[in-house]
Design a protein around this ligand. Structure first.
Ligand code: FRU
Length: 916
């Protein structure tokens, strides 16, 4: 959503900038740059040329006309032209001051690809793109013709020439002489030089008049020179005697036409400036149109006969020009307005588009928001329905949990009475024994210890319920923590001694008193110590250290063992109710540590756990009682050191497990008991050893014992610390050495899956705890009986086993393999038990034990029996001699064969043969 908004705004900005840039482009069409180098602008003819050129240029909106004034300075004109070249103007128009000096610069421009248009005056070699202007030779001729038309007898004529080196001056002079020199009546009196301005002739002309007197005609190359000549003549008072002809014929107030009309000049020859024409021609060139090299403008003689008409014409033209000018400026104004309005329109258009876009976007947004809202509403409805369902389920679960908890709590309460009864009965039995001087029997101690344990477990269950319901009220009393610890410590001493666990209490302050709820702290201690004992191996170490942080307000109590520890990633969970560590294969309810934490927190203390080479719980408690309310503080009697559990020398607690694993010399069947609960092991061992040889293992060395001793029955717990009972059973049942041994699995897991698992691993019987002892003994008996039956079958059907159907039994396969090897080596008298063991891949002793266990005879007897059976059948079926039969059944001599045969069957082979 956010991304699409960004895209949208971005596109608006793009539209805006594109439109603005198109607006600005509209303002700058492709410009045409025209550079005009004007020779000078001090006279009206030049000014008229400039303004007519500018007027014409203004008709082309994209033309940019730049006029540089050389101001009679040839060098400046060259520099101006170079500037146009550098600026790469599209075309250069030039009116040269003089022809020669700028000729090379014009060529340079042409070489640079810039067309050059010369106006009025030409360059020397006529190398230019085009020329625009009147034909100056023709102007000279016209002047001469006009003078000639006035000849009566003779005429004196003077020429006032324009600037030497400028083409109009040279050409006018040439044309003039071409005509005038042909008239013999004409006396040409000479030429006065000028620079086109009247001041330049004043002295020379005055002097000439003074020297020669009046002359009939003067041909001045422009009207300004002509007027200057008239003024000098006028000053001398002879102006009426001299007729003067000029060139240019401007129409302004002081122009040639006015001078003609005033009688100052006899005539003037029209010399159009060519400003407008030059620009039009330049545009044609730029347009690619073909233009002639010389564009000659027409000229005419103006005298008193046509001066008025010409003036009228010119003023009309001027008027029209002004009109055009005003129209052009009006157009420009409108154009300006148009562009600004156009831009405004475009900006408005852009804003309109943006607004339109925003409107569309807001409609779209609104639609999508309302769509999302609808979806949200639907989802919300679904969530509400689901929430209600979850609430219902949660309530049901809560109710069911509540019911279960109530059931367990009720049951726990129910348990308490019988346990108490058992405990008090035991207590009175112990008292009675004491009085009568008897030692307490092992069973009494066992019942007492287990009743205590059961009571604690049930109390834990009840406490859990209470903690959950926040029903605990702490009752803290001033207690010597060392004595308190020591008293509980005594309770575990018996167990510690029994398992050679080093149990130590250390403190840096034996007199330290803390306010604790003794009842709750007792439970914490019991839970932590029971835990430590559960996971600490025999010969291990458990330490309790009370560390008084002397300068601080708190105390640490460490419980450290060197047991299996807790995996790092599980340390955070140990206080969670019902948590069981992944490496914990012991039975545990999972509430003990949770309760301990709750109880410590009721003391406003904390409990932490760390695990490194074992497990360490650290309890932190505050000293003093200021952290308790008044009603939480009670007064309990001072503690005295007591041993809560009598642990006296009279208690017979030697379980006989630590020394020899074989407990009896009984020559009967042997049973391997694999169980890690020492009390149960002790109980079963004591009971069963009356009838059987008992081997015990806590699971860690079970396989070694089984392979070494090949017991007759294996009793195996399922929950064992290393490999579990299923795994052990499977190994035993797949190993040839032990596969025949009946295995009884003992387990607390009574569900169907566990039972199936028990069967799958090959166990012969699956008994769930608590089991009835007589059922167990009866089961052992019937398993042994079955083994006997099987053994009888095997020994009496040696050959049938080879021939009959295989029933996939490991034992049958074993006997078949055994028989196969004996049969293959039947004739080999050297074939020994060692050879056979080697072929079967077992040791000689194992083979012996296996055969003994399975078949009830030694392996050598079995081989011998096999040979004799074979010999007996050969005696029955073949006609071979006794000696032959003896050798081919592997007897080293016929005598030995006869002796063996007689000892087994009571007759010699010969007598047997005869009796057939
Ligand atoms: C103007 C002018 C004209 C003359 C022309 C010749 O500067 O002197 O009077 O006809 O130049 O180039």
């Amino acid at each position: 959503m956010r991304l699409s908004r960004v895209y949208f705004l971005l596109s608006l900005v793009l539209v805006f900038s594109a439109t603005i840039s198109s607006c600005s482009k509209a303002n700058v069409p492709n410009k045409i740059n025209i550079g005009f180098s004007q020779a000078m602008t001090n006279d009206e003819w030049r000014q008229s040329m400039n303004s007519s050129m500018e007027l014409q240029a203004s008709l082309y909106p994209h033309v940019n006309l730049t006029i540089y004034d050389a101001n009679y300075d040839v060098q400046k004109q060259i520099a101006d032209l170079n500037m146009f070249i550098v600026d790469s103007v599209d075309i250069i128009i030039v009116s040269p001051i003089q022809s020669k000096p700028i000729t090379s610069t014009v060529e340079k421009a042409l070489n640079a690809g810039i067309p050059v248009l010369v106006v009025d005056r030409k360059t020397d070699d006529q190398k230019y793109t085009t020329y625009v202007g009147a034909d100056n030779i023709e102007i000279g001729r016209n002047a001469a013709k006009y003078i000639a038309s006035n000849i009566q007898d003779s005429l004196s004529v003077l020429e006032i020439k324009g600037l030497a080196g400028s083409s109009p001056a040279e050409e006018r002079s040439i044309g003039f002489h071409q005509v005038i020199d042909d008239f013999s009546e004409v006396q040409f009196v000479g030429t006065i030089k000028s620079n086109w301005e009247k001041e330049s002739i004043a002295d020379n002309f005055r002097q000439f008049l003074q020297d020669h007197g009046p002359i009939d005609f003067v041909f001045a190359h422009n009207d300004r020179l002509a007027q200057g000549a008239w003024e000098i003549a006028h000053n001398l008072g002879i102006e009426d005697k001299i007729k003067i002809i000029g060139v240019d014929g401007l129409s302004g107030s002081n122009g040639g036409i006015e001078l003609v009309k005033n009688g100052v000049l006899t005539a003037t020859i029209l010399y159009p400036t060519g400003g407008a024409e030059a620009l039009t021609t330049a545009m044609k060139i730029l347009n690619g149109d073909k233009v002639p090299l010389h564009n000659i403008l027409s000229s005419t003689v103006i005298d008193r006969f046509n001066a008025d008409i010409m003036q009228n014409q010119f003023s009309k033209i001027s008027e029209q020009q002004r009109l055009i000018e005003s129209q052009v400026s009006a157009i420009k104004q409108q154009e300006k307005q148009y562009y600004s309005q156009n831009n405004t329109l475009k900006i408005i258009l852009v804003f309109f588009l943006i607004i339109l876009g925003l409107a569309v976007y807001s409609i779209y947004s609104k639609m999508s928001i309302s769509k999302k809202n609808r979806q949200l509403e639907i989802t919300n409805e679904k969530i509400t329905v689901q929430r209600n369902q979850i609430e219902e389920i949660a309530n049901e679960v809560k109710e069911s949990n509540e019911a279960k908890m109530n059931f367990f709590t009720g049951l726990s309460h129910e348990f308490k009475t019988p346990i108490t009864l058992i405990m008090s009965s035991i207590e009175s039995l112990r008292e009675k024994n004491k009085k009568e001087g008897y030692k307490n029997s092992f069973e009494i101690e066992l019942i007492q210890n287990n009743s205590n344990r059961l009571l604690r477990l049930i109390n834990n269950l009840l406490d859990f319920r209470k903690v959950e319901g926040q029903k605990f009220n702490i009752r803290a009393s001033n207690t010597n923590i060392f004595k308190f610890t020591n008293n509980i410590f005594q309770e575990f001493k018996g167990e510690a001694d029994k398992r050679s666990i080093k149990l130590e209490i250390k403190t840096n302050n034996e007199d330290l008193n803390l306010f604790i709820d003794r009842n709750l702290m007792d439970k914490v201690y019991f839970n932590l110590l029971s835990n430590a004992f559960k996971f600490t191996p025999d010969n291990g170490k458990i330490d309790i250290e009370i560390k008084d942080n002397l300068n601080k307000s708190n105390v640490y109590i460490h419980f450290k063992d060197n047991g299996i520890g807790i995996p790092d990633e599980e340390l955070n969970n140990v206080f969670t109710p019902f948590f069981k560590g992944s490496n914990n294969r012991k039975n545990s309810s999972g509430v003990g540590l949770h309760l301990s934490k709750q109880f410590i927190e009721l003391h406003l203390g904390k409990i932490e756990v760390q695990s490194y080479h074992g497990t360490e719980f650290i309890i932190t408690l505050f000293k003093g009682n200021t952290h308790f309310n008044e009603d939480q503080i009670v007064v309990d009697p001072e503690l005295i050191d007591t041993n809560l559990v009598e642990y006296t020398e009279e208690t017979v607690y030697d379980d006989g497990l630590t020394e020899s694993k074989e407990s009896s010399n009984n020559e009967g069947y042997s049973i391997l008991l694999i169980e890690d609960n020492r009390d149960l092991t002790l109980f079963l061992k004591n009971k069963l050893s009356q009838e059987y040889i008992i081997l015990t293992s806590d699971g860690t060395n079970a396989l070694e014992l089984a392979f070494e001793h090949i017991p007759d029955v294996i009793l195996c717990d399922v929950n064992l610390p290393d490999q579990n009972g299923y795994e052990l059973c499977e190994i035993l049942k797949t190993d040839l050495r032990t596969s025949h041994i009946p295995v009884i699995l003992l387990t607390a897991l009574g569900n169907k899956e566990s039972f199936i698992k028990g069967l799958q691993c090959g166990s012969d019987l699956y008994l769930t705890k608590p089991f009835n002892y007589s059922i167990l003994t009866q089961s052992i008996k019937s398993l042994l009986y079955n083994r006997e039956k099987l053994r009888y079958y095997y020994t009496n059907n040696i050959h049938n086993i080879d021939q009959g159907h295989s029933f996939g039994d490991a034992e049958q396969s074993f006997v078949r393999e055994l028989n196969h090897h004996i049969k293959t080596n039947l004739e080999n008298a050297e074939f020994s038990v060692e050879n056979l063991a080697e072929l079967l891949n077992v040791s000689r002793v194992q083979l012996y034990r296996k055969v003994k266990a399975m078949l009830g005879m030694s392996i050598s007897d079995y081989i011998s029996d096999y040979r004799l059976e074979k010999a007996k059948s050969m005696l029955q079926t073949s006609n071979r001699s006794i000696s032959e039969i003896a050798y081919c059944t592997g007897f080293s001599s016929p005598n030995y064969f006869s002796t063996s045969f007689k000892s087994k069957y009571g007759v010699t082979p010969g007598s047997y043969k005869k009796s057939l």
